[in-house]
Write a protein that binds this ligand. Sequence first.
Ligand code: ZN
Ligand code: ZN
Length: 137
Amino acid sequence: MTETSVSHTGQCLCGDVNYRAAGAMTDVLHCHCENCRRITGNFVAAVRTPTAELVVDDPEAQFRWIDLGFAAYGFCQACGSTLFFRATDRPDLTSVMIGTLDDASHTQLHSVWFAGDVQPHNMLNDTVSHFAGNDPG
Ligand SMILES: [Zn+2]
Ligand SMILES: [Zn+2]
């Protein structure tokens, strides 16, 4: 478990939605469920933080929640970035998508959810080519 008292900031791709999380960030998770896969295009990598200590700055009113019943996902409707998800039965915790943090150097994987649904292409494999950028072809 990773825990820190440092305040964390982040934003969506276009920058219309910014946030600050003053609470500790714990329980870094990967979720491979079908909902997370489809809404992100692959899988969710997120870190939980207390909802009460998460402040969303949305001056352009672009932030929306989409409620799927078991959980809600928060996103920027201007650029499409998914920023958060929140389980319906744990409204006190918000999971922040790690890729939207300004600095994710403190994050460490704690758990994998829906591990049985991990797709083959997500398995780390040292026998394949690794590129610093994109595949130069
Ligand atoms: Zn945006
Ligand atoms: Zn999920």
